[in-house]
Design a protein around this ligand. Sequence first.
Ligand SMILES: Cc1cc2nc3c(=O)[nH]c(=O)nc-3n(C[C@H](O)[C@H](O)[C@H](O)COP(=O)(O)O)c2cc1C
Length: 314
Amino acid sequence: MGTIGTEVGGLRLANPLLSASGTFGHEDEMAAWIDLREPGAVVLKTVTFHPRRGNPPPRIVEVAGGILNSIGLPNEGIDHLISTTLPRLRGRTSALVVNVAGERADEFGRIGEKLAAGLRDHPQDFQAVELNLSCPNVESGFPFAKSPELASRCVRMVREHLALPLLVKLSPNVADIAEIALACKEGGADALTLSNTALGLALDWRTGKPRLGGGHGGFSGPAMKPQAMYLVFTAFKKTGLPIVASGGAETAEDVMEFLAAGARAVQIGTATFRNPFVMREIVRRLPELLQEAGLASLAEQIGRAHRPASGAKA
Ligand SMILES: Cc1cc2nc3c(=O)[nH]c(=O)nc-3n(C[C@H](O)[C@H](O)[C@H](O)COP(=O)(O)O)c2cc1C
């Protein structure tokens, strides 16, 4: 592993950046702008067991400090992922993470089965699974990340079928992130992604109607960073689980801050909409920041805020 290489829950990455699910196309669309090998891993858009149409437009509105989205998980379903998307991406990414969600609790096991069958035929097609328990834009999705019992059950149903690294993506809209995180660990999670978008609402004051077709939405972008930082810091301190940060990262400095809080890797989402080359730019800048901090490798930055020598208050 080079100086900016990292590892999270068994997933080895050449650099600590992952594209955030849903912000980097559904398949290989982003290849029109960048080399898909630039991120340490590409995370695919959430796929459900059955195809979904998604929510009515408008699906994204701009608000101060970020965006609100109500996309509603449109996708072609798990069979399409395995038969079409994965072959299309074969060998074109540094690492590939499949993101999946059940619409009902019992679907998680069936999704796990399908993924395992796909891997039997093509063991190199993807290197990890991210379980989305926390989409705010589907009626059925959110309860999974709110209840420790449900979260643990969903994780276990997928774990039973898969040996490869399993990341679980949680919601920021919970009272105690550590409680949910520990339940996921018990269910067999290798790592957490913290976090999905935060519930939000934007109204047209003239009509009093929501600006998004789906009503409320999920907030993302730079204003989300302090909240995501808090979740990463708290979950690291209370659970020790490996963490992938997600929420508001835009610069190499943001990435270093998330690493200090305890993240082992960082997802870049909304920032890609503004600048499709942002991940390349961050990857180039990271070695300079390590040098500036007097660190030999990225590993030395991970969890720095929790070590007394850093001078940070716990
Ligand atoms: C337009 C849009 C679509 C998204 N779709 C998904 C999705 O399908 N699955 C998922 O797990 N997260 C989804 N997310 C959440 C992102 O992956 C990410 O966790 C969140 O946006 C916070 O990071 P950011 O501030 O860097 O964008 C979506 C976010 C946006 C903005």
